[in-house]
Write a protein that binds this ligand. Structure first.
Ligand code: TYD
Ligand code: MG
Length: 463
């Protein structure tokens, strides 16, 4: 009989070492390295195990698009790429209390209403607690089969008998536990082994498996970062707990695009879909305040308008502060440097606070122009014109560059009642005419100095 193999695994990053250490060499975390024992499997009759031949095929052949079961929640289906794919595994991550269980119970209920079999395994909450939530969501009458269980051996045995299910939800993977592994639930070893067992089952059955996972403060899935590689799709449910709305974002999707978002609003009766996020993000905007500009952004295929706010304050002493919520801090530093060097806006004794209103996280470089406008507006204490949206990327020499999907952005702006747009000059597009919606005035900005001139007093021109 072969000896069991002992190895040491960092519970934070999953790095494997042969010796125990107080500090993980790979990620630098302290007290995260733990011992794991793996029983080695001997080959038949003591011989080294030999594998079977693997057959190779050509690249051409008929590949059908995967069949999908829409959950009936459009915002979720969009992020999934059209619906749940049978035999696929989706990991839904997010901070505790953000609404993962609520979302999944609602999706499960919708699916159950279409006559499909849905199993919901809760490892965190008791049957009573889940029932209470179901009552609150008004889904108590659906045919969801609910179980409170954490033992993966039992769950797997049950699922073997339930191969006709359409959806299985495991809430959450961090509470699951396999008795063959010695570590506690939630450790890398447990999470990995439990997921492996459940994923293996999903792959040999027709149900879609949804695993719920909690996220740590730094944004990584607690422990199971290793898990991201094992599943077909990773969705993050994010949002500010102080705000009503939540954003579901795909960070990995083998069956769809990864830049789509779904927007929800947490209400008294669960999560409501927000089909028009722009209206929501702009709802609390006050016009005529210096330091605010509207960015015509794009999230996946959907245009989204958001308000960008900048606040400047004199630095009390020492080096100036830069504080950013919802955007990249490094990019703000670059933009400030461009504003200072190319357009002469002095900011070396000024603290800069930047906020994407409403809690949305913007990743597009196209936001540069709107952010520069908000900063310039704050610097010269002159409001941007209330009916104007901004988009364009700013380069290091101060030039304003083209961005994708200008037409979609303009259409959304017109739809929400904006009357003008500041956008890059159409150099790159040559003589192709931009199809702007009727009544929307386009103001081309070729260089950052043109933008600053709209706010600086000496230019005297209106914005
Ligand atoms: P929950 O789904 O339990 O979060 P997670 O599973 O991600 O930990 O959501 C918990 C929060 O949502 C809780 O603070 C209460 C709030 N909530 C509502 O505001 N309305 C509702 O209808 C429900 C069910 C929850
Ligand atoms: Mg939960």
């Amino acid at each position: 009989m072969a000896k069991p193999v002992t190895r040491f695994v960092c519970q934070s990053c999953g790095a494997v070492t042969l010796k125990w250490a107080g500090k993980c060499e790979t990620c630098g975390e302290w007290n995260t390295v733990e011992e794991e024992t793996i029983a080695a499997r001997p080959g038949p009759a003591g011989k080294a195990a030999t594998g079977k031949r693997v057959s190779f095929v050509g690249l051409s052949g008929t590949a059908e698009p995967p069949p999908r079961a829409p959950t009936g929640i459009d915002e979720l289906d969009r992020v999934l790429g059209g619906g749940l794919v049978p035999s696929s595994v989706v990991l839904v991550g997010g901070d505790p209390g953000i609404g993962k269980s609520t979302l999944l119970l609602q999706a499960a209920a919708q699916l159950a209403r279409t006559g499909k079999r849905v199993l919901y395994v809760s490892g965190e909450e008791s049957i009573e607690q889940v029932r209470l939530r179901a009552r609150r969501l008004g889904v108590s009458d659906t045919s969801i089969e609910l179980a409170a269980a954490v033992n993966v051996r039992d769950i797997a045995a049950t699922l073997e008998q339930s191969k006709d299910a359409a959806l299985v939800v495991i809430d959450s993977i961090q509470t699951m536990w396999l008795d063959s592994i010695e570590s506690a639930p939630g450790t890398v070893a447990q999470v990995r082994a439990c997921s492996f067992e459940l994923i293996r089952l999903a792959k040999t059955s027709a149900f879609s498996l949804v695993l719920v996972g909690h996220v740590t403060k730094d944004g990584s899935l607690a422990g199971p970062r290793v898990l991201e590689h094992m599943v077909d799709a990773v969705l993050y449910f994010e949002g500010d707990r102080g705000h009503q709305f939540r954003i579901l974002r795909a960070v990995k999707n083998r069956f769809g695009a990864t830049d789509e978002i779904g927007v929800f609003e947490m209400t008294e009766r669960g999560l409501a879909e927000v089909p028009n996020p722009s209206a929501l993000f702009l709802a609390e905007r006050r016009g005529n305040i210096a330091g605010s500009a509207v960015f015509a952004g794009l999230e996946g295929t959907r245009p989204v308008l958001v308000e960008v706010q900048a606040l400047l304050a004199p630095t009390p002493s020492g080096s100036p502060r830069r504080s950013v919520i919802g955007w990249d801090g490094g990019r703000l530093g670059m933009l400030l440097a461009v504003l200072e060097t190319r357009a002469g806006v002095r900011m070396n004794q000024t603290d800069v606070y930047l906020n994407i209103a409403g809690g949305l996280r913007v990743n597009e470089p196209a936001a540069d122009l709107a952010i520069a406008a908000a900063i310039a507006s704050a610097a010269f204490d002159k409001p941007t014109s209330p009916g104007m949206v901004y988009f364009g990327e700013v380069g290091l020499s101060g030039e304003v560059r083209q961005v994708a999907q200008a037409e979609a952005r303009l259409k959304e702006a017109a739809k929400l009642g904006f009357d003008s747009a500041a956008l890059p000059r159409r150099l790159a597009h040559g003589n192709r005419k931009l199809a702007a919606p009727e009544g929307l005035r386009l103001e081309e900005i070729g260089h950052i100095t043109d933008l600053v001139a709209r706010f600086a007093p000496e230019s005297g021109s209106a914005t």
